[in-house]
Write a protein that binds this ligand. Sequence first.
Ligand code: GRF
Length: 204
Amino acid sequence: MKIGILISGRGSNMLAIVKAVQSGFISGSEVAAVISDKASAEGLIKAKERGIKTLAIAKNKRPREEHDAEIICELKKRNVELVCLAGYMRLLSPEFIRAFPNRILNIHPSLLPSFKGLDAQQQAIDYGVKVSGCTVHFVDEDLDHGAIIAQKTVEVLDKDTAGSLAARILEYEHALYTHAIKKIVEGEIEIRGRRVIAKQPNDG
Ligand code: GRF
């Protein structure tokens, strides 16, 4: 399966996915492109070093639909079937979601549906929760809202700042994301309404 990854910055989740594909942990797949909306994204350099095709596609002053259309075109051109958002800081247009039905994933640094949107770790600290974590989910038209594929809990310590919590959650994000992608690529899960469950043996 050809995978496309969208980033805006550091790209540590992107790199974890690339490594999982290149090592064969995620079998029968290839990262066909890494696309960033920011030309300065550090992740672009990391992807290039791994021999991955990279593209910087800035939105500039265009409407979101036009920006998305260019990205969809680049993905389709490379026969991408699975799109992984990895620190991509834009909400996708309905057209983008429709172009890849149930084939767009995201990772978010909280236990959704708590603490959607920006600064999820700071939100967790401010609220005073004792447990947070990360979530891999399908992407739909609403922010951090699509069906949940996998979650991992991480304890919030008394001494935590948003930064220390973010760093500890990130340690789990890479494994959570790559394991979830492996299950999808290998056809091990199915979607029943909002529930994403292991494929039942008699479902064929
Ligand atoms: C991660 O915390 C991810 O959960 C969130 O954005 C951050 C991206 O980090 N969506 P990186 O670019 O993958 O290092």
